[in-house]
Design a protein around this ligand. Structure first.
Ligand SMILES: Nc1ncnc2c1ncn2[C@@H]1O[C@H](COP(=O)(O)OP(=O)(O)OP(=O)(O)O)[C@@H](O)[C@H]1O
Length: 243
């Protein structure tokens, strides 16, 4: 489970997050929806302990990002669209390298690779060097790397950007299977169809503020809009009228 409590983050004069509070329970894909510059990446990077909050705090699986950053990192995996693979390493070597960060022993990593192969079909990538991978192959290792330590929370930040339909579908299927194993997936995107397909609950942010937190159904009911895109614009319009 993830809990965000009165979280604010400023970069100098830019207030990227303003007093954001919501929580997300396990066994679901929770959507984080907002236009470019809304503050999604800032929120997720703060949650991943890569950025320090200006005010407020958050917790992952009961561990506070300020007090227990090490435990937070053990409980999350992040896929953020960046690939950053070492060209000369094979997929297997990359996964061993990352497993080592979490103090996993070699047999434990091999066992985990076997499990992940069942979900991600890693055969074509395990014994080839990353320098020879296609984008879809890279994506498989990036995802496997993010969950090598079987984290309770998986964060995806605009993770389908730049993928073709096949690679995109493979990623969405994996995300669904991760949810089925009882985990929480935080799914950040500006693509409304992905939220419609994957998420029951979501948080909508714009200009650093939380506009909505609840179920997709509730959002449509409250805005009286049957489509998420219309519901989103209705929310944003309500805010600009209030100002
Ligand atoms: N390192 C930084 N220094 C200064 N301002 C920043 C920095 N990173 C982000 N910002 C600003 O903070 C705000 C929120 O940005 P953020 O990247 O969190 O939004 P986002 O919702 O992830 O957007 P996108 O969908 O475009 O990635 C924007 O106004 C952005 O310009």
């Amino acid at each position: 489970m993830v809990r965000i409590e009165h979280l604010s983050k400023s970069y100098g004069k830019v207030a990227a997050l303003k007093d954001v509070t919501f929580d997300a329970q396990d066994s679901q894909i929770f959507g984080l929806l907002g236009p470019n510059g809304a503050g999604k990446t800032t929120l997720l990077r703060t949650l991943a302990t890569l950025l320090a909050p200006t005010q407020g705090t958050a917790s992952v699986a009961g561990f506070d990002i300020r007090k227990n950053p090490e435990q937070v990192r053990r409980n999350i995996g992040v896929v953020n669209g960046g690939m950053g693979l070492y060209d000369r390493l094979t997929g297997r070597e990359i996964l061993h390298y990352f497993g080592g960060f979490y103090d996993m022993k070699r047999p434990q990593i091999e066992e985990r690779i076997r499990v992940l192969d069942g979900f991600l079909d890693l055969k074509e990538v395990l014994d080839r060097r990353a320098g020879e991978y296609s984008t879809g192959m890279k994506q498989k290792i990036v995802v496997a790397r993010a969950v090598i330590h079987d984290p309770k929370v998986l964060i995806l930040d605009e993770a389908t950007n730049g993928l073709d339909v096949v690679a995109r579908r493979a990623l969405l299927d994996f995300v669904k299977s991760y949810r089925s194993s009882g985990k929480l997936v935080l799914y950040s995107t500006h693509v409304m169809e992905e939220v419609e397909e994957l998420c029951e609950n979501l948080a909508v942010i714009d200009h650093g503020s939380l506009l909505f937190h609840g179920s997709l159904q509730d959002l449509k009911f409250r805005t009286r809009k049957p489509r998420l895109e219309e519901a989103f614009f209705e929310l944003a319009r309500g805010v600009s009228h209030a100002h």
